[in-house]
Design a protein around this ligand. Sequence first.
Ligand code: C2E
Ligand code: CA
Ligand code: CA
Length: 499
Amino acid sequence: MAHRALRRGLARPSRQPAQVREALHRRADHNLIRGDDGALECFVAIHEDITARLASEEKVAYIALHDSLTDLGNRYALDDRLDIELNRARRLGSCVAALWIDLDNFKDVNDTFGHSVGDALLIAVGKRLSSALRDVDLICRLGGDEFAVVAPDIDGRKAAANLAERLLATFQKPFTVEAQEIFSSASIGVTITSVNPISRADFMKQADLALYRTKSEGRNGYRFFETEMDVEIRRRMRLAQDLHRAVERGELFLEYQPQVALGDRRIVGVEALVRWQHPQLGVIPPTEFIPVAESSGLIEQVGAWVLRVACTQARAWQDRGLPPFPIAVNISAIQLRDPRFADSIAELLAELGLAPEYLDLELTERVLMDGSPLTDKTLQTLNGMGVGISLDDFGKGYASLDYLRRYPLSKVKIDQSFVHDMETNFKNATIVSAVIDLASKLGLRVIAEGVEPQALLERLVAEGCEQVQGFYFSKPRSADGLERLFTTGNDRIRAHPPD
Ligand code: C2E
Ligand code: CA
Ligand code: CA
């Protein structure tokens, strides 16, 4: 049998030495038949050929420990082998490393090219990863696009890091599957045994936590498990669990931050920012729980809730006689992957009777980066409806000027990090002024975010920036707080009494 994975150090099903197998093969029960005088007359031999049974036993053992798609070890093989290696390391004082590997873009491959290409990619990845291993290492597929490597007798942290780098290097060249060239990358979480004994379950959790960290830090790399990850990630896990009920229990709420025109110091728009009033942990900021919502599949529910509440509020302000202004809502990349996204916005606006020009969707470059035809289509549809589209955090990520041309944007929000130190950082000041210039040539509005001190404001006015959102004018406030600010103003914002 071609047991490649067996050779890759997989625990072998128990095998008898050749002589024993031979004997078994020819096993015979000898019954002697003797005459009355005790003399041997004949004997009966029953001969059973058990080749087939042995083969099927071996096959069952093989299937039980292998992943049927890639022929690598499976989860049981991993458990088995980890038990053995952790024990051995404890006895001999040696080190074992575990590496959890997750492909970064597998879902996209499946969505774009279909499942058969996805499967072929997994097989190819399994082969490449195997080629970077030593004979004693075990590689398993844990399911989906997750792989795991057990590396026994590893010579400390440095050697484990080298191994992680070798594994990552196997992704440098594209994979050719079914005539498609596919570039893929992976995130790896690494853990290594210390002098303290550790259970298999805890060891596996460590590798998983390290992987989680790699993914949340931007993927395509590796991280070692560190003790503090435990605390942090336990919190994230708890948040993910509690977030399930947060919407239905009414624990989410919105705050609103004004966007102010520098010309006449009036509020020209409002950004809705979500918060979570956790019953035990207090108010959780969106920077903490939005990523949790994104990775636990809850962002669609949270995002839909935010859109509905923000648009309902915009409508309510109009009903109360405030001059209409657009409400900006942050949209996560995952929301935009829903082919029904534009339709659901249209339905919501129709239901609430809110004109589309009073909704402004804030997208980051990360959302636009995938360049998928769906994103294009959705944005064109929304733009056609009259919904505004702003490019948020411009400059923070890829600062691709191409997005400014390519998508039907109405506004660019210059990221806080450029604005903050504009006074002292010449490069950033140049970038801000270039973006303002470029945007005005492309007919886009520009808003600077994160403006706190007066001096910064003056600088932005001098650069020709039209709008500002920042603590200088107001922190995010409750709906009532925002309405008061709008109607009565403060020493920096002009009052705008209801008609
Ligand atoms: P963002 O979209 O860039 O939102 C602006 C953030 O900057 C807000 O933080 C706001 O309070 C803060 N900010 C505004 N002016 C100033 C200033 O002058 N100084 C300083 N230091 N900060 C200022 P917040 O509310 O914590 O939101 C953080 C991020 O969370 C948002 O960044 C946005 O990316 C995300 N977020 C918020 N609400 C939602 C939502 O409903 N859906 C999604 N997907 N993301 C959201
Ligand atoms: Ca925003
Ligand atoms: Ca922003």
